[in-house]
Design a binder for this molecule. Structure first.
Ligand code: NAD
Length: 253
């Protein structure tokens, strides 16, 4: 076994939601592993770009609103122009809306499902079409959640979308594994990012969560980078359709 199988040298990775949080951590880790990284976000990814420039890594940003599926052709074209062939797609961008199930509006439901589920599927489709045509395979890593396994509290649309991510990951792996495309997911546990800011501000919920995490702490963006590099690299060549939890032991409890 050689550590070279974990290298991303010569690869291009496209990561959505690259300006902050887990997406920023994944972009930085991929650049450190040798990949050219393309970050997609609604806002400037300057902070991510600066982190990667600090070690002379390669980073290009594409500004796009992932709530609108008409952004897909622009993303595919801009990525091709910037870096040539994309080899790795990470569907990381996502939103969460906390609200009692009885009060959820259709607009909020659609907003969450559009970004967290519909956009993920159609971005997978856009890149896999190219990979199937050129017969060179590819890697897809979808960001799932503990709520791919559990119901959650006051986040029904988010739970629906993240449960769908686990299903979509399996469904696409079944169709595309034979084309040399690895479709897998990472289910982060409770990580300290913007996504969980309101949760961490709620002392009671925060204490409940923390006391249930065997590792005894919230995760960080760095915590998921090992799994993200593994699933993007040759080391995971025979891993298909699996959702890997990086959760401080939450699901084992
Ligand atoms: P975050 O809020 O810091 O990051 C979300 C990212 O999605 C940002 O980069 C944001 O710009 C991007 N995004 C949102 N809406 C967008 C849009 N319309 N167009 C383009 N980009 C958009 O939170 P995070 O924790 O880093 O979340 C990253 C992913 O991890 C999400 O899919 C989230 O559901 C998932 N996740 C997070 C946790 C956690 O505990 N933090 C746990 C499980 C899963």
């Amino acid at each position: 076994m050689s550590l070279k199988m974990f290298s991303l040298e010569g690869k291009t990775a496209l990561v959505t939601g690259a300006n902050t949080g887990l997406g920023q951590g994944i972009c930085t880790a991929y650049a450190e592993a040798g990949a050219k990284v393309i970050g997609v976000a609604r806002r400037s990814c300057q902070e991510t770009a600066d982190k990667i420039a600090a070690f002379s890594g390669s980073f290009t940003e594409i500004i796009a609103d992932l709530s609108d599926s008409s952004a897909i052709p622009h993303i595919v074209e801009a990525a091709g122009k910037a870096c040539g062939r994309v080899d790795i797609l990470v569907n990381n961008a996502g939103i969460i809306k906390r609200c009692d199930a009885a009060d959820v509006t259709m607009a909020d439901w659609d907003a969450v499902i559009n970004i967290n589920e519909k956009m993920v599927f159609f971005l997978c489709q856009a890149f896999a079409r190219e990979w199937i045509a050129d017969k060179r395979g590819g890697k897809i890593i979808n960001i799932a959640s503990m709520l791919s396994y559990q119901g959650g509290v006051r986040v029904p649309a988010y739970t629906a979308s993240k449960s769908a991510i686990m299903g979509i990951t399996r469904a696409l792996a079944n169709e595309w594994a034979a084309h040399g495309i690895n479709v897998n997911a990472i289910a982060p546990g409770y990580m300290a990012t913007n996504n969980t800011e309101n949760l961490r501000k709620d002392d009671q919920r925060s204490d409940e969560i923390l006391s249930r995490i065997p590792a005894g702490r919230w995760g960080t963006p760095e915590d998921i980078t090992g799994a993200a590099v593994f699933l993007a690299s040759d080391a995971s060549a025979y891993v298909h359709g699996f959702t890997l939890a990086v959760d401080g032991g939450w699901l084992a409890r």
